[in-house]
Design a protein around this ligand. Structure first.
Ligand code: BG6
Ligand code: MG
Length: 216
């Protein structure tokens, strides 16, 4: 049966989560805030604008709109400086195998990412042509945990929500998939992603057999 497999990008296909964290941490230092890796879990899957709001709330710092705009572009510039050094070797283990297997089984494959940098990143990784639909931060009006980024992918692939399977590393993304009635697969730690239907540490743990079961 044809299903739609929707992949998040950051932290699922490539480990850009560490670059987002570095850039936010360095920004936080400007207002003397020590942003921890644990706090960063709340930022995963969350839009750039909302992430800055969260950081300012944590630091108890009230910024003007001009400051906010300047910090948003500063954060993105630092993030892009890391991204621009990336190549195919940074694709996370077994992602190519899983993508190729899904294509060989004639399944729908889409990207559902909050990032406005998703397309250039996929291009750098030579993965653009592996996705039949790409929905990213430029295409949505509501961010995860709102399911819009995934429901738009389902619509593009003409697949009903219950036949969609979402791979996500963020709490907000798992909640988004669950609220759309999609199967949610967490990539990361089970203690963090406990709301997911299944959790794996990475794609090396996801066998072709398991993918067959999801297609059945
Ligand atoms: C998500 C990341 O995929 O995209 C978040 O998990 C990030 O950390 C968000 O803030 C927006 O990304 P960008 O590239 O548009 O700043
Ligand atoms: Mg992610």
């Amino acid at each position: 049966m044809k299903k739609a497999f929707i992949f998040d990008l950051d932290g699922v296909i490539v480990d850009t989560a560490k670059f987002h964290y570095l850039a936010w941490r360095n920004l936080g230092k400007q207002f003397s805030y020590d942003f921890t890796e644990e706090e960063n879990e709340q930022f995963k899957g969350v839009s750039r604008v909302r992430s800055l709001e969260l950081l300012l709330e944590m630091a108890n710092y009230s910024a003007t709109q001009d400051e906010k705009n300047q910090w948003l572009s500063q954060k993105n510039e630092e993030y892009l400086s890391y991204i621009n050094k990336m190549d195919e070797s940074e694709i996370l283990p077994d992602i190519p195998r899983v993508l190729d297997y899904l294509w060989s089984k004639n399944q729908g494959v889409a990207l559902g990412s909050a990032s406005k940098n998703a397309r250039p990143i996929l291009k750098r990784l030579n993965l653009l042509n592996k996705f039949q639909a790409i929905v990213d931060g430029n295409d949505v009006t509501a961010a995860k945990p709102d399911p819009q980024v995934f429901t738009k992918g389902a619509t593009a692939l003409e697949t009903s929500y219950e036949h969609c399977i979402v791979f996500e590393d963020s709490i907000a993304g798992i909640q988004a998939a669950n609220s759309a009635g999609m199967i949610s697969i967490g990539i990361g730690e089970a203690s963090v992603l406990h709301e997911a239907d299944y959790v794996f540490s990475d794609f090396t743990e996801i066998s072709n057999n398991f993918l067959d079961q999801l297609m059945a």
